[in-house]
Design a protein around this ligand. Sequence first.
Ligand code: HEM
Length: 472
Amino acid sequence: MKTQFETTTDLQSLPLPPGIPILGNLLQLEATRLHLILEDWSRRYGDFYRLKVAARTALVVSDWRAVSEILRARPETFRRFSSIETVFGDMGISGVLSAEGEQWYRQRKLTMRAFDPGHLRNYFPSLVKITERLRQRWLRAAEQGESIDILADLMCYSLDVTAGLAFGSEINTIDGKDAALQKSLDMIFPAINRRLNTPFPYWRYFKLPSDHALDNNLRTLRDKVDTFIVQTRVRMNADSSLFDQPRNLIEAFVAVRDQPDSEFTDEDVYGNVFTTLLVGADSTANVFAWISYFLCEDYDVQAAVQAEAAAVLEDQTVLQDFGRISSLRYIEAVAQEAMRLKPSGPVVFLEAKCDTMVGHVSVAQGTPILALMRLGGLDSQNFPDPQRFDPKRWDGTSNHAEMGASAKRIVMPFGAGPRLCPGRYLALLQIKMLASMLGRNFIMERVDQVSIEERFKFTMEPVNLKVKLTKR
Ligand code: HEM
């Protein structure tokens, strides 16, 4: 692979954090703090260092140029960790997130058709309804002076939005009506993270109680998704115009799947509906929870969000007009800044598919590579006073405006290259709906001032963030 680094070195010459014989660094890699440990070592050992995990040596890279290069050199030169394909495959999920090579091209084509921005516009009325449902829930909490576990509420909101879009059917976890679906999904990411951190796929040979619980949850979800696929097909066969103008993801998937000589199967539809549900809800909820955290830390920023919401929504309590979403520019800047400091995916797990270079480091085929996504955005050479939360960096009005374009190349909250997140428009749409609803109707404050920890579970979330809302 062509790179912009001049000198070259090999993996074995890189610094290695001290570990223990045989297991190397394995026992130091605490699963829920993985990103913090790797970032800390990066500050100590540099932008390129290695890790030993039992017999394997991995490269850890935090230099944003090298990270960007490897993300863009997929799927030919790099892939996701092969264990991701194994773990998802063993769970019976073959969707775009875990697929590789030719399979990935097929799945990505299917996904991109389904994620056509036109479907988002068609789906907007449902998004308005779900946002109004959350406003009602928050109104009740505000009137009763209740504190809110904001991440839990946002998971419900985001799940209702994503499931509504994925299934084409109303799901209501905000009011607790589809709690079983939420409970089943809740345990999937921690289970994936646990399995990815297990050096050997023991579950193929024997199962622990947690593996049986996972199997049960996967069966529940499979039944649910299969039922939706059957119902969708019945609906589409009764109204063939839906094949040309699908209204949601599942109809779009089925429309492509059911074309004559289609290269897709029902398994592909299942895998991608499931994947959407899994990754879509979690990341968006985490990002908005971190936005809430920053709004509580800085009342000037919260006031600016309220002012923008009032100007754009006028007398509406929830934005009703899809065309006005793009006017919420300050809120978009708040989201970008929150994702710079608190990326939902702080580590991307990759692997070299051939002998190649990562920056100036030569790596052999099969070398695991952990790409750290946050440190470029925390470097004072790229962002003055980098720990400060300052949305003006992104809104084109401050002295940092000249950074604009390059800032977006350094901070990659949605990844980069051919595997860039296909859900990013939906994610930003939800964030704008939520932030404008919050700003128009409520003042948010923290219930306590305990420091908020970051927890890694494949995505990264705030722990125990409790807030109180007051009606404006
Ligand atoms: C703020 C919210 C979100 C963030 C921060 C986020 C971030 C990411 C990141 C970092 C990746 C990996 C990209 C790469 O490997 O280069 C990714 C992939 C993906 N995301 Fe998102 N995402 C968000 C919301 C969503 C939503 C709402 C959906 C769907 C409804 C979604 C669906 C996917 C899928 C299917 C992939 C895999 C793409 C592939 O491998 O080709 N994401 N996302």
